[in-house]
Design a protein around this ligand. Structure first.
Ligand SMILES: *Cc1c(COP(=O)(O)O)cnc(C)c1O
Length: 355
């Protein structure tokens, strides 16, 4: 399918490249494509970024039949622009779509849309250190109808925004609190999908944790509230007695992060023993107490690697690696960001050149 392009005549305001607030300034153009039952996806187009018109009865506003993705475009030192593992995002959104009963966006059109949009707004990809263009694809139900069933019409949209360094003051270890009352996801639910509803469900516990001075909550499983799942909206990894342990994806409540997958592959190549398995709070706290918990970090596209400096559980605080970033955490951050910005050679074929 050919993507029809309508260029803007009113360029949008741009942020100062050295001080970009996250998710605030949107680039000039957006990609749109419609779906109708019986017709499939049709009319792929790029148009000036602007408001969408929806009926108040739009099903998404009531029943949250919506999925999204998050990835970035990076400017390399020689001025090229590249994406990082975009086909992983496309495949993951297909799995999210299946669970939310949204028709899958064909992978070839999806990749073409990402590349064409980023290329058209190439001068929105910043070049200051550690900056990038954040890309947010999403698809949602558009039937104007109340009634709980899958919509017959959908809109697929991609918007982009320049983002600054996640760590303007350097990689600061975060303080997190284990959440033992509320849960983010349950077995058999939507935990493995990127759907807006998962985030809505996480806000309450996150707000309480923030008021108590923590930057994230460490979520436990929704069945026994015993096993660790994720940290905030990142996957979590621990270095315990020389081995790296991360919660398994088998239960379906942990989001299959692309940064997680990348980190696990690199760690394996570096010779670390890596285990994807359940890890209980009791095991983690015992390791924090006897000194075998060496490092802890979160992984996700926005922060890439986020060192965990302190874990709070039942009013006790446990420091990790003296609240300093550990060597493995640091090596992962340097290596992954190095590949993303083209400072380190990509021997895995993870980067996709846009222009
Ligand atoms: C997006 C997301 C992640 C991280 O996934 P990446 O592909 O690494 O960005 C982890 N947990 C949750 C809940 C997420 O929504």
């Amino acid at each position: 399918m050919e993507i029809k392009i309508t260029k803007t005549t009113a360029p949008r305001p741009r942020p100062d490249e050295n001080n970009i607030p996250f998710g605030t300034f949107f680039s000039d153009h957006m990609f749109l494509m419609d779906y109708e039952a019986g017709k499939g996806w049709y009319d792929p187009r790029i148009v000036p970024y602007g408001p969408l018109s929806l009926e108040p009865s739009c099903m998404t506003l009531h029943y949250a039949q919506e999925v999204f993705e998050g990835l970035k475009a990076y400017r390399t030192a020689d001025g090229h622009i590249q994406l990082f593992r975009p086909t992983e995002n496309i495949a993951r959104m297909a799995r999210s779509c299946e669970k939310l009963c949204i028709p899958e966006v064909p992978a070839d059109i999806y990749l073409d849309a990402l590349k064409t949009l980023v290329k058209l707004d190439a001068d929105w990809v910043p070049s200051a250190p550690d900056t990038s263009l954040y890309i947010r694809p999403f698809a949602f139900a558009t039937d104007d109808h109340l009634g709980v069933h899958a919509s017959h019409t959908y809109l697929f949209c991609i918007i982009t925004c320049p983002v600054g360094s996640y760590y303007p003051e350097g990689l600061d270890p975060v303080h997190i609190a284990i959440e033992s009352r509320e849960v983010r996801a349950v077995r058999g639910g939507t935990g493995f999908t990127k759907c807006g509803g998962n985030y809505a469900a996480s806000l309450h516990a996150s707000e309480i944790a923030e008021k108590r001075g923590f930057s994230q909550v460490l979520w436990l499983d929704g069945v026994e509230q015993k096993y660790i799942e994720e940290v905030g909206s990142m996957n979590v990894m621990f270095k315990l007695g020389g081995k790296v342990i991360t919660p398994s994806l088998a239960g379906g409540s942990v989001l299959p992060g692309i940064t997680r997958k990348t980190a696990l592959q690199l760690l394996g190549e570096w010779g670390y023993e890596v285990h994807e398995r359940n890890i209980s709070v009791d095991e983690l706290i015992a390791a924090a107490e006897d000194g075998t918990l060496e490092e802890a970090w979160g992984t996700g596209t926005a922060a890439v690697i986020s060192p965990i400096g302190e874990i709070s559980y039942r009013d006790k605080r446990y420091a990790v690696n003296g609240v300093q970033i550990g060597p493995v955490t640091h090596k992962l951050y340097e290596t992954i960001t190095g590949i993303q910005w083209g400072r380190i050679e990509d021997t895995h074929g993870w980067t996709v050149k846009v222009c």
